[in-house]
Design a protein around this ligand. Structure first.
Ligand SMILES: N[C@@H](CCC(=O)N[C@@H](CS)C(=O)NCC(=O)O)C(=O)O
Length: 216
């Protein structure tokens, strides 16, 4: 298995956490997003969408792309530990919490969107920073309000074992911090974040721990 990755990629971070939780290892190939290497012909041939993560399986078939599809694939092929509840209603809640981040928050702040805002729309860095803060805060608030005071919320986002909702929420919370924001205004997210980050599977997946992360 080979995972195309970049240290700061939040979508790849989700996959790294899930692989750690399930004890799955993969070779890695770094795609330097800051340098624009996702647009090189070599990577375009791997993933026509020119984004990471992309997961190459050993069976020679087409790559897996889109982190949520990869997470579901890992869940189906490596069922233990389970990252989805058994009951359909619980699964829907976990997927819903995950999608707040994956479908509605993270896509607004990925490099190609940030570059479009700066280079094509010619807006300035301060406007971009306001855009990022607005949408990432709205996403965090939506997650917080779906967790706080809800009986199904437990030690983790859903009950007392880790699910994909934690994987996606923690990855987004790390991104929120990388963009210079504080989780303090989201006490339930913060509590779950702290619980997860005390575990090796989450902590070792952190962007700063990746080999291609800046050294300082
Ligand atoms: N929805 C996709 C998002 C993939 C994505 O946008 N990845 C970012 C890094 S987190 C990327 O590679 N961006 C390259 C670019 O925007 O040019 C997923 O969940 O896999």
């Amino acid at each position: 298995m080979k995972l195309y990755t970049y240290w700061r990629s939040l979508a790849t971070l989700r996959v790294r956490i899930a692989m750690n939780l399930k004890g799955i290892s993969a070779d890695t190939e770094i795609v330097d997003l800051q340098a624009g290497h996702q647009r090189k012909p070599e990577f375009h041939a791997v993933n026509p969408q020119m984004v990471v993560p992309a997961l190459v399986l050993d069976d020679g078939g087409p790559i897996l792309f889109q982190s949520m599809a990869i997470l579901e694939y890992l869940e189906e092929t490596h069922p233990a530990p389970a990252l989805l509840p058994k009951d359909p209603r619980g699964r829907a809640r976990v997927r819903g919490i995950s999608q707040i981040t994956v479908a509605d928050t993270h896509p607004l702040v990925v490099p190609r969107i940030r570059e479009y805002i700066l280079k094509d729309l010619k807006l300035d860095e301060a406007t971009l920073a306001a855009w990022i803060k607005h949408w990432t805060t709205a996403g965090m608030r939506a997650v917080e309000e779906n967790l706080a005071g809800i009986p199904q919320t437990g030690v983790y986002c859903h009950g007392d074992s880790v699910t994909l909702a934690d994987v996606c929420t923690v990855a987004q919370a790390i991104g929120y911090q990388l963009f210079g924001n504080d989780l303090g205004q989201f006490p339930t997210v913060k509590r779950i974040f702290d619980t997860c980050m005390a575990q090796q599977a989450f902590a070792s997946a952190h962007p700063a721990k990746q080999p291609d992360a800046p050294k300082k």
